[in-house]
Write a protein that binds this ligand. Structure first.
Ligand code: HEM
Ligand SMILES: Nc1nc2c(c(=O)[nH]1)N[C@H]1C(S)=C(S)[C@@H](COP(=O)(O)O)O[C@H]1N2
Ligand SMILES: [Mo]
Length: 466
C-alpha cells in the first residue's frame, strides 16, 4: 500500500476554497477534491459546505453517499491521512459552556458561547422539515444538563397547590398531539437592518427560521388537568420558566396570553419530540413549549415551571426584549413599557437560492426560498421579480395544506425562469398571507434599534455568466 503524508485537522482546515484547494476528510483519510467540485452531482455549493473538514456530518444528511460507488470515487482523490496523535482538545472545567452538546459543523455560527447558529441558506429550504442537526439554535445561556429520570415539570395550580409531572407522566397521562410548526426568531434577517444603521443583537442572516414536526402534550390539557378553567375573566397570562438561569439565578422566561394557551385551535404544545426523536439538547431536552405562529422567544426550552398570572412574565426577555419600536426611538429615549411584547409575527419570505453575489450559468435559473406568516395565517402567494421589483412572476408554492387559521408551517417556493448571458439580476421576493398582509418594500422605514421584525422584500443580486 502507498504511504501517505500526515496532516493535522488544522492543516486540512486551511483548504476551504478552489483557490487554496478544497480538502475534506472521511474517517482518517484526507482528500483533495478540488477537481471534483464542479463535477459534483449535488452541485459545487453543497460540496464546499464541507471544505476543510469532515464529510460525515454532511453525508449523514444525504444517504446517496452511503453507496459504495461514492466511496470508490472519493478514493481517487486521496492525498494523505490524519496524523494519529490528533487528540480532541480537553474540555475546560471552568467554562460554563463546557457541557454544551456537539454541533453540526455546517451551521453558520453567530456566537459560540452562548451558542447561536443558523443553517446555511443553501440547505435551509432543501427540505420541508429542517433536519434536527441543522435547525437554527438560539440560546441565551449554557445548555442545561437534564437527567430525564429526575426531571419534573412544575405547574402552579389555581388554588395554590402545585402539580409535579415526571417525563413519563407527561407522556402517559395526556394524549400525544403532533403539530408541524415553523419557529422564527424575532431577529431573523437582522443583518439587513444593520446595513441601514447599526442595531443591537446577533447578526442573523436569513436562517433564524426552521420547521419541525413537534410531538407532545397539549398545554391546554395540562392546565385543565391542573384545575384551570376554559376561560378566565380579565387579563391573564401563562408564564414559562426554563432550567437555564443567568449567574444571578434569573431563569429564561416568557409568557403568552391565557386564551392562546387554552385554545384547542392554537395547538400550543409541551413538546418532548422533534421530527420523531426526543428533543435534542440544544432545542430544549427533555421538554419545551412550542407556540405555533408566535415569535420563537415564547417557545421556552428546558421547561421547568408553568404558572398563570395577571401579569406577563417578569423576565427580561418578555419585558425588555422582543419588542418593536419606531425608527425614531434610540437607546437614550427607549421606554420598554410603551410597546407590547411581540407575539404573532408578520408575513416573511426570503430567497435561499441563488446566494447574493453568485455567478449563475445562462439558460434556466431556478430561484428558491421560504415564506411564512404568524398567527396561523397561510401564505397564499409569493411574487418574485428578477429586475429589482419592476416586473413580477408568481412562484410555485410547495407545502402541506393546513386547516384554516392553523397554517403553522412555512411554504417553500420556487420559480424557474430563462436568464440571458452577461446580465445582472436583482432578485426580489415578497409574500402575501391569508389576511392579504404584505411585506414592506424597504428596510429603512421599519428599522428599529433592536433589529427585530426585519421583513422587507428580500433582495439578492447575482450576475449571469457569459
Ligand atoms: C468529496 C465529497 C463528495 C463526494 C465525492 C460526493 C459525491 C456524490 C455523488 C457521486 C453523488 C451522486 C450519487 C448518485 O446519484 O448515485 C452525489 C449527490 C449529491 N450530493 Fe454529494 N458528494 C460529496 C459531498 C457532498 C456534500 C458535502 C453535500 C452536502 C452538503 C452533498 C450533497 C449532495 C446532494 C444534495 C446530492 C444529490 C442527491 C440527490 O439527487 O438525491 N455532497 N454526491
Ligand atoms: N429556556 C430557553 N428557552 C428559549 C430560549 C432560551 O435561550 N432559553 N431562546 C428563545 C428564543 S429567543 C428562540 S428564537 C427560540 C429558539 O428555539 P431553537 O433554539 O430551538 O431554534 O427558543 C426560545 N426559547
Ligand atoms: Mo429569538
Amino acid at each position: 500500500a502507498p504511504s501517505y503524508p500526515e496532516y493535522t485537522r488544522e492543516e486540512v482546515g486551511r483548504h476551504r476554497s478552489p483557490e487554496e484547494r478544497v480538502w475534506v476528510t472521511h474517517g482518517t483519510d484526507v482528500f483533495d477534491v478540488t477537481d471534483f467540485v464542479e463535477l459534483h452531482p449535488g452541485g459545487p455549493d453543497k460540496i464546499l459546505l464541507a471544505a476543510g473538514g469532515a464529510l460525515e456530518p454532511f453525508w449523514a444528511l444525504y444517504a446517496v453517499h452511503g453507496e459504495p460507488h461514492v466511496l470508490e470515487l472519493l478514493q481517487q482523490y486521496k492525498v494523505g491521512e490524519l496524523s494519529p496523535d490528533e487528540a480532541p482538545a480537553a474540555p475546560d472545567a471552568q467554562d460554563p459552556f463546557a457541557g454544551d452538546p456537539p454541533r453540526h459543523p455546517g451551521l453558520r455560527v453567530n456566537s459560540q458561547k452562548p451558542f447561536n447558529a443558523e443553517p446555511p441558506a443553501e440547505l435551509l429550504a432543501e427540505r420541508f422539515l429542517t433536519p434536527n442537526e441543522l435547525f437554527f439554535t438560539r440560546n441565551h445561556l449554557p445548555v442545561p444538563a437534564v437527567e430525564p429520570s429526575s426531571y419534573r415539570l412544575r405547574v402552579d395550580g389555581p388554588g395554590g397547590g402545585t402539580l409535579s409531572l415526571s417525563l413519563a407522566e407527561l407522556r402517559s397521562r395526556f394524549p400525544k398531539h403532533e403539530v408541524t410548526a415553523t419557529l422564527q426568531c424575532a431577529g431573523n434577517r437582522r443583518s439587513e437592518m444593520s446595513r441601514v444603521r447599526p442595531v443591537k443583537g446577533l447578526p442573523w442572516d436569513i436562517g433564524a427560521i426552521s420547521t419541525a414536526r413537534w410531538g407532545g402534550a397539549r398545554l391546554r390539557d395540562v392546565l385543565l388537568h391542573a384545575g384551570f378553567p376554559e376561560e378566565l375573566q380579565g387579563e391573564w397570562h401563562v408564564c414559562f420558566e426554563g432550567l437555564d438561569a443567568d449567574p444571578g439565578g434569573a431563569p429564561y422566561g416568557a409568557s403568552i396570553p391565557y386564551g392562546r394557551a387554552l385554545s384547542p385551535a392554537a395547538d400550543v404544545l409541551l413538546a418532548y419530540e422533534m421530527n420523531g426523536t426526543e428533543l435534542p439538547r440544544d432545542h430544549g431536552f427533555p421538554v419545551r413549549v412550542v407556540v405555533p405562529g408566535v415569535v420563537g422567544a415564547r417557545s421556552v426550552k428546558w421547561l421547568r415551571r408553568v404558572a398563570v398570572s395577571p401579569d406577563e412574565s417578569p423576565s427580561h426577555w418578555q419585558q425588555n426584549d422582543n419588542k418593536g419600536f419606531s425608527p425614531c426611538v434610540d437607546w437614550d429615549t427607549v421606554d420598554y413599557r410603551t410597546a407590547p411584547a411581540i407575539q404573532e409575527l408578520p408575513v416573511q419570505s426570503a430567497v435561499t437560492q441563488p446566494r447574493p453575489g453568485a455567478a449563475v450559468p445562462p439558460g434556466e435559473l431556478t430561484v428558491k426560498g421560504y415564506a411564512w406568516s404568524g398567527g396561523g395565517r397561510e401564505v397564499v402567494r409569493v411574487d418574485v421579480s428578477l429586475d429589482g421589483g419592476r416586473t413580477w412572476k408568481v412562484a410555485r408554492l410547495m407545502g402541506d395544506k393546513a386547516p384554516p387559521g392553523r397554517a403553522w408551517a412555512w411554504a417553500l417556493w420556487e420559480l424557474t425562469v430563462p436568464v440571458e448571458a452577461g446580465t445582472e439580476l436583482e432578485i426580489v421576493c415578497k409574500a402575501v398571507d391569508s389576511s392579504y398582509n404584505v411585506q414592506p418594500d424597504s428596510v429603512a422605514p421599519i428599522w428599529n434599534l433592536m433589529g427585530v421584525l426585519s421583513t422587507a422584500w428580500h433582495r439578492v443580486r447575482v450576475s449571469v455568466q457569459d
